[in-house]
Design a binder for this molecule. Structure first.
Ligand SMILES: NC(=O)c1ccc[n+]([C@@H]2O[C@H](COP(=O)([O-])OP(=O)(O)OC[C@H]3O[C@@H](n4cnc5c(N)ncnc54)[C@H](OP(=O)(O)O)[C@@H]3O)[C@@H](O)[C@H]2O)c1
Length: 281
């Protein structure tokens, strides 16, 4: 049995990495700013430890592990600066493998360069890195759009008419676990997607079938999106962050489909319909 240190273990992807490692009988140390949350998630099946990128005294638990999963929290344009001290610490002290969660297309997104900068830092380091670049998570609709879908019968993102090769967080977690446990895989970059790209009109049609009522995609322009978020009380930085992110879909930059999930896990990726049914039925 090997031991892996998982950051973001209370979140969408980290949770799937942990579950996948536990199903392989591996030992997991899960880092969190709130150990009580871990108890609620995993009972006693993982070793929980206090961990905060902003608190250097919380880094030591990682050292005697075979691999680390490194995830930065979403909606933080300062993500590179948040993670940098931890990566510097690892560079000086760590011999295991490291898997970094980036994002499909983010390596070219000038407005939000944090994933690109972190990828470059890792590639120039002496660490045993692997990088995964997942597409948009299928679970975003359940996690972030649920209120719009359930209460207003819309999905509301400035994604235009472009297609996106959505991926299931479960498959991303399984692929990361495979990379963590395989000592022969280092210095690889994998773009993780589902098997097909969809527009937001396609997603609205799929949700309409699942929910048996009409869900529409009004295809808001950026100003309308910003205005609506403002009126709903969201701080401006959310629209400033999400507009370039959805712009990647609008501009056709994230419709690429890869076989990386099947190549790494040996299993076909989940379909968007399967995930939406699980999340909305
Ligand atoms: N959503 C998408 O479609 C998509 C697609 C591609 C890539 N991504 C990337 O995925 C990442 C987000 O992953 P996610 O959706 O799984 O996130 P999430 O569900 O929001 O979870 C975020 C995690 O970050 C941890 N965290 C927050 N602040 C921290 C800090 N200061 N120190 C240590 N841990 C901290 C939280 O742990 P505690 O609260 O327990 O401490 C939590 O477990 C982002 O980097 C994003 O760019 C997202």
């Amino acid at each position: 049995m090997s031991t892996y240190f998982i950051t973001g273990a209370t979140g969408t992807i980290g949770k799937e990495v942990v579950n996948s490692l536990l199903s392989k009988n591996e030992h997991v140390i899960a880092g969190t700013r709130d150990p009580q949350k871990l108890q609620d998630f995993y009972k006693d099946s993982v070793t929980g430890t206090y961990f905060d990128y902003g608190a250097k005294e919380s880094y030591q638990e990682v050292l005697n592990t075979d691999g680390i999963f490194l995830l930065g929290p979403p909606l933080n344009p300062g993500l590179y600066e948040l993670l940098e001290p931890f990566v510097d610490y690892l560079q000086d002290n760590y011999k295991g493998r490291l898997i970094y969660l980036s994002g499909n297309g983010m390596e070219n997104l000038e407005e939000l360069p944090f994933h690109k900068k972190m990828e470059e830092k890792l590639k120039n380091s002496s660490l045993n890195w692997n990088i995964v670049r997942p597409g948009f998570f299928m679970q975003n609709f359940g996690n972030y759009d649920r209120e719009n879908i359930q209460d207003r019968n819309i999905i509301f993102s400035p994604a235009g008419e472009g297609k996106s090769s959505f991926v299931s967080s479960k498959d991303v977690g399984s692929a990361i676990a495979e990379l963590l446990i395989d000592p022969n895989r280092v210095k690889e970059t994998h773009v993780l997607t589902g098997t097909k790209a969809y527009t937001h009109f396609d997603v609205a049609a799929m949700l309409s079938d699942i929910l048996r009522r009409e869900i529409t995609y009004p295809n808001p322009d950026e100003n309308t999106y910003k205005q609506v978020l403002k009126e709903s009380g969201a701080p401006d930085f959310i629209a400033d962050y999400m507009i370039p992110v959805y712009g990647m879909i609008k501009q056709g930059k994230v419709d690429n489909v890869t076989t990386a999930i099947k190549d790494l896990t040996g299993k076909e990726p989940e379909s968007l319909e399967e995930v939406l049914k699980r999340d909305f039925q």
